[in-house]
Design a protein around this ligand. Structure first.
Ligand code: BG6
Length: 490
């Protein structure tokens, strides 16, 4: 396996929310990895911006701790870390204070920004988007700069539209980078390579040959300290509206004309617009909500949320129909949840049975083929096929797995990049292919909103499930109606 490091141009990355969890766990370590790979020039600048009383040495110390905490020991090198820290500085700002903006702007004006890519990364609560964008605009800092925003991108269609209006008021669409970090995962990009760089699969990629598609994002953790946010959002807003629908789009979309931002995003948008809309009683028939119970080691959802009456879902399963020629008749089953058996994120394409088995009398019945794209914990693509059991003893069949493993085991010198590494530098390169366009975000909310409304109108509590189990029983019944079974979370 070969890989190529192409250095990016000099940049100034202003990270608002610089002392927050995302900056410490994901952004700084991602930039460090790319720095040691030689992709980030020494002339680049990373400027942490937040309200905290810190100075540059203090922020460098925080960054060093975050990197030591998150980066694998093999990649920690004292000299390289020192070099990386030297490109980091800190700028205190209270984004709701006009005076603070004036001093922030005057510092920026004094620095030479010619021939540099300027990026503002908003790793902050959505309530701060507006004051930051207004501040940037008032001081003309937004001109020619790029803006990165993180989810939640709205709480529903209306708030998502309002947010798009605020963003577009200061930045054109081609300067707005809406992050869905699932799109930065290596295997997700591999799904596109697999589908569109091979002629083998395309003839089979439709409802005639594929019986069902299962997209699972299972986590064994609970809310992980984010109770306040999560209890207001739930699994539908937290995972389905963004990550799972994005995976569905890439699995189902038509071949784009080219691998570029609008080519891909036009096709994803078409998929979102083809989703069978659910409202009212369709919702009860096609969705299942769950909430985890306690076990001897873990609190229940309600205990963890400190909200004994919470009806927020920590689990969702949905039978999604896609109304177009390619997919009509093939259900796409989405499922995600917290406190499930283990961490497992995968997309599986289960093919139809052979039309007639010539091995009728054999003990082992043929199993349908499946292609499984595994995102986590190990990244790989498996093709499950039937083969003959080797050796004497007659014609006995068994299931074999053709394994295309992409993790670093295949080449010891290759390090599997983390999602944020790719995305952070794509912003500097000006490549929006792996970012969501505003109309995609709105189309996803337009499909999700009526489902959430129907759940709320029903007044029913979610079904419960045992902590560290496979999820609520209702989810199994949901797909058993069509003769399908969920793959085991393992
Ligand atoms: C985030 C969600 O977007 O994705 C979290 O807010 C979830 O609740 C996380 O845990 C999962 O990401 P990953 O990369 O660990 O699958």
């Amino acid at each position: 396996m070969t890989h190529k490091i192409i250095p990016v141009p000099a940049f100034d990355y202003f990270v608002f929310g610089a002392t927050g969890d995302l900056a410490q766990r994901k952004l700084l370590p991602a930039l460090y990895y790319r720095f040691i790979d030689g992709q980030i020039p020494q002339s680049a600048r990373v400027i942490g911006c937040s309200r905290s009383k810190l100075d540059t040495p203090g922020y460098r110390q925080l960054a060093a701790n975050a990197i030591r905490d998150q980066v694998k020991p093999d990649y920690l090198d004292a000299k390289l870390l020192e070099d990386f820290l030297s490109i980091i500085s800190y700028q205190k700002i209270d984004v709701s204070d006009p005076e603070s903006w004036c001093s922030f702007a005057s510092v920026i004006e004094q620095t030479d920004q010619t021939n540099r890519v300027i990026v503002f990364y908003l790793s902050v609560a959505p309530s701060l988007f507006m004051p930051i964008i207004n501040g940037l605009k008032q001081h003309n800092l937004h001109n020619n700069a790029r803006l990165v925003v993180e989810k939640p991108l709205g709480l529903d269609l209306e708030s998502a539209k309002n947010l798009n209006t605020i963003l577009l008021d200061a930045f054109e669409e081609d300067r707005i980078y809406r992050i869905d970090h699932y799109l930065g995962k290596e295997t997700v990009q591999n799904l596109m390579a697999l589908r569109f760089a091979n002629s083998l699969f395309e003839p089979l990629w439709n409802s005639r040959y594929i019986a069902n598609v299962q997209i699972t994002a299972a986590e064994s953790i609970g809310m992980g300290g984010r109770e306040e946010y999560y209890d207001k959002s739930g699994a539908m807003r937290d995972m389905v509206q963004n990550h799972l629908l994005q995976l569905l789009c890439l699995s189902a979309m038509e071949p784009p004309i080219s691998y570029d931002a609008n080519g891909i995003r036009d096709e994803k948008l078409k998929v979102l617009r083809s989703l069978q809309p659910y409202s009212g009683s369709d919702v009860g028939r096609n969705t299942v909500r769950g909430q985890y119970l306690s076990n001897d080691r873990h609190l229940s959802y309600q205990q963890e949320a400190k909200n004994p009456n919470s009806t927020t879902e920590s689990y969702v399963a949905i039978n999604v129909g896609i109304n177009n020629w390619r997919w009509s008749g093939t259900p796409f089953y989405l499922r995600t949840g917290k406190r499930l058996r283990t961490n497992m994120t995968e997309i599986s394409f289960e093919f139809r049975h052979v039309p007639h088995s010539i091995f009728g009398g054999l003990d082992t019945p043929t199993k349908p083929n499946a292609m499984v794209i595994r995102l986590q914990p190990d990244e790989r693509i498996d093709l499950e096929i039937m083969t003959k059991e080797p050796g004497p003893g007659g014609m006995r069949l068994r299931q074999s797995i053709l394994d295309a493993t992409f993790d670093s085991k295949t080449n010891q010198s290759f390090r599997m990049p983390r999602a944020y590494e790719r995305l952070l530098l794509d912003v500097v390169r000006g490549d929006q292919t792996l970012f969501m366009r505003g109309d995609e975000v709105e189309a996803a909310w337009a499909w999700v909103d009526p489902i959430i409304e129907a759940w709320q109108a029903s007044g029913e509590a979610p079904e419960t499930y045992e902590a560290l189990s496979q999820g609520p029983a209702g989810a199994f019944e949901l797909i058993a109606q069509a003769g399908h079974r969920w793959r085991t979370i393992q």
